[in-house]
Design a protein around this ligand. Structure first.
Ligand code: FES
Length: 322
């Protein structure tokens, strides 16, 4: 997969909520950036070799900047902590151009947006795109406390600009009297043709999937921003790289990505846990054991691509377009 790399600079850093900063990234000559639709993300390539994915907050069509938010993760392995502490106004940063695995379906049907914490970021862009389309939307945004909820003002502005088509509902589950979102009630109150989009922590998404299980699968969408700990890949198979005519044994407990990196093969990757799509690779032959959280069950069944950071092989051999 050809990935377009961009050399951008940090125009501004803004405190958005407790533990959340936003970064306004621009081209050095302020030229327009490749456009993105709502739900897209960019990858920041950090100096220590880490790559981290962040959803764009930009309204679609806004190409003068990429606007992302970074929540400092107390368990940070160097990504969010480094960005918060080291990335300053005027610094240069390498960015992989936007990709979108969480796009709005092209439909006039009403939309329900369900956000948990920093998972609100792709849904901010979606609310803006729905305003542009004049599609009715309702957002349920839950955070632990108001102080930890970023972009409330921005979302209220989007609601005000919707001409009555947008509704914002806030929920703070750790404030006095607070409760978790009643996802079953939210789903049951939505029109039968509504599309649902959710982004948040894994337990919230599991509850959402259960609550929406009676709705048609093509109307229920979600994006993880991190994965639950997964079982190690099965390993114990051969991987063949068709274009470079090389073959490797993927050992039990190792991933294809680890194996390729250990052998000096240059491949694109970011999250290493099956949630960002950076390592998506075309499959030429062999049956994939899909473990990612991006491809739909139908896409997984097609066996055309795989995420090599987490998925394995059901048989003895796999041939990839690398
Ligand atoms: S590196 Fe993110 S899905 Fe594989």
């Amino acid at each position: 997969m050809l990935i377009l790399m961009l050399d951008l600079f940090v125009k501004s850093v803004t405190w958005e909520a407790e533990g959340v900063h936003s970064y306004d990234l621009r081209a050095p000559d302020l030229s327009p950036l490749p456009p993105a639709s709502a739900g897209a993300h960019i990858d920041l390539v950090l100096p220590q070799g880490l790559t981290r994915s962040y959803s764009l907050l930009n309204a679609p069509g806004e190409t003068r900047r990429y606007w992302v938010a970074v929540q400092k993760d107390p368990q940070s392995r160097g990504g969010s902590a480094w960005i918060h502490q080291q990335l300053k106004v005027g610094d240069r940063v390498q960015v992989q151009a936007p990709r979108n695995h969480f796009a709005l379906v092209d439909s006039p049907a009403p939309v329900v947006l369900i956000a948990g914490g920093i998972g609100v970021t792709p849904l901010v862009a979606m609310a803006a795109q729905l305003n542009q389309r004049q599609t009715p939307w309702v957002m349920h945004y839950s955070a632990r406390t108001r102080a930890r909820a970023a972009f409330i003002d921005h979302l209220q502005n989007l609601q005000a600009a919707s001409g009555g088509l947008g509704q914002l509902h806030l929920n703070f589950d750790q404030e006095p009297g607070g409760k978790m979102l009643d996802l079953a009630a939210i789903v049951n109150a939505a029109p039968v043709d509504a599309h649902f989009y959710a982004c948040g922590p894994a337990p919230m998404l599991a509850a959402y999937q259960a609550a929406a299980s009676q709705r048609p699968a093509e109307q229920v969408h979600w994006e993880h921003f991190s994965a639950a700990p997964a079982a190690p890949p099965a390993g114990g198979f051969q991987v063949h790289l068709a274009r470079s005519a090389r073959s490797f044994t993927v050992a039990p407990g190792a991933s294809i990505l680890d194996t390729l990196l250990d052998n000096g093969v240059s491949v694109s990757y970011s999250c290493m846990e099956g949630v960002c799509g950076a390592c998506e690779t075309r499959v030429i032959s062999g049956e994939v054991d899909h473990k990612d959280l991006i491809l739909t069950p139908a896409e997984q069944a097609q066996n055309k691509t795989m995420m090599i950071c987490c998925s394995g092989c059901k048989g003895a051999e796999l041939t990839l377009d690398l």
